[in-house]
Design a protein around this ligand. Structure first.
Ligand SMILES: Nc1ncnc2c1ncn2[C@@H]1O[C@H](COP(=O)(O)OP(=O)(O)OP(=O)(O)O)[C@@H](O)[C@H]1O
Ligand code: SF4
Ligand SMILES: [Mg+2]
Length: 322
């Protein structure tokens, strides 16, 4: 099936007083209609900036190069009006910080209604009814009353649900959910994930789930892309990667996964060492300083993604010698 999103050679750079931050480098992946793709990596690995770049939402000091096609049409660095239209109708993003996705001075219900008036031409009264319905679907308690609330009056979990309701209003083809459950307690987290799963199953929405939590990926995603230092280090079907991870970083992530039922706030996965400095990336494998399996070529030569099995690729020199 033709891809909904095709990302090729995506680079994201930020210029700072001290140099250039290579936030994302040479990223290639596809998103198929109706699939759920997990994006996993430590803090700073380039997960959010990848999608902010695609949606034309980089900070002013950022630039994106490469190619991102939506249904065959180039959207990377497309004019603002084109991206605004797509974001309203086809592509939706639930931001890592739900406050930043909502206008602080506008009642949450009105923000939802506005989307329907602007993009679907509904009357104010119809938009209000549909917005309340959408808030009920995401199980916002007392939806009609909360329609009148300002974002700061809601808890983090409620704001995430409002964002998901907003994202679902126009039945987007692609929903990017960026760490949308991280700040939530386990019960609310499970409810939000069920909502996303429902959108995938019932509306056929393709979902990109950005997360630190491999457990979440196992429950919801079809494929997973593991990022390290702004690059894809492994990509493939979730089941295959959990069973036969090809990259030492993925193996380390899997080993450090909190056991079922552990409190994620206490039992955070830890891999010894520090993530790479994106202003001074090493010439070879960025994971080499922390890799227990490194050998002669690792520090000199950067490993390219290569096929480990059908639909499964990994960027590690070990692949060459196994
Ligand atoms: N405006 C900016 N100027 C300079 N560097 C930036 C800017 N915005 C982001 N970065 C850097 O880009 C890198 C990638 O950031 P990104 O937000 O994509 O990380 P992430 O994988 O989403 O991490 P997290 O899991 O913490 O959300 C980070 O090192 C970040 O500090
Ligand atoms: S290329 Fe070398 S250092 Fe990098 S992950 Fe593979 S074995 Fe480890
Ligand atoms: Mg992020």
């Amino acid at each position: 099936m033709a891809a909904l999103l095709e990302c090729r050679g995506l680079d994201v750079r930020f210029s700072t007083d001290t140099g250039t931050v290579a936030a994302v480098s040479g990223l290639d992946f596809d998103l198929a209609p109706g699939e759920c793709l997990g994006i996993v990596g430590e803090s700073g690995s380039g997960k959010s900036q990848t999608f902010l770049a695609m949606f034309g939402l980089l900070a002013a000091n950022g630039t994106a190069t490469g190619s991102v096609k939506y249904r065959g049409t180039e959207i990377l660095n497309a004019p603002r009006a084109v991206l605004d239209e797509l974001r309203g109708n086809r592509l939706a993003m639930v931001f890592q910080d739900a406050l930043s996705g909502l206008t602080p001075t506008m009642r949450v219900g009105e923000q939802l209604a506005e989307v329907l008036v602007r993009h679907q031409g509904l009357s104010r009264a119809d938009a209000r009814a549909r917005a309340i319905e959408a808030l009920e679907i995401v199980r916002l308690p007392d939806a009609a009353r909360r329609y009148e609330a300002y974002p700061f009056e809601l808890s983090g979990g409620m704001r995430q649900r409002v964002m998901i309701a907003m994202a679902s209003l126009c039945r987007p083809e692609v929903l990017v959910a960026d760490e949308c459950t991280t700040a939530l307690d386990v019960t609310v987290q499970a409810q939000v994930l069920r909502l996303l799963d429902g959108m995938k199953r019932k509306a056929g929405t393709a979902i990109v789930l950005i997360t630190h939590d491999l457990g979440v990926v196992a429950g919801l995603c079809d494929r997973v892309l593991i990022m390290y230092g702004g690059r894809a280090v492994e990509i493939g079907p979730v089941r295959r990667i959990f069973r036969e991870p090809a990259h030492p970083y993925t193996r380390a992530l899997l080993r450090s996964m909190p056991s079922l039922g552990a409190d994620p706030a206490v039992d955070l996965p830890v891999i010894p060492g520090q993530p790479p400095d994106l202003e001074n990336l090493p010439p070879g494998c960025a994971f080499a300083p922390r890799c227990t399996e490194r050998f002669a070529p690792c520090q000199a030569e950067r490993p390219a993604l290569q096929v480990a099995a059908a639909d499964h690729r990994s960027a590690c020199h070990l692949g060459r010698v196994q």
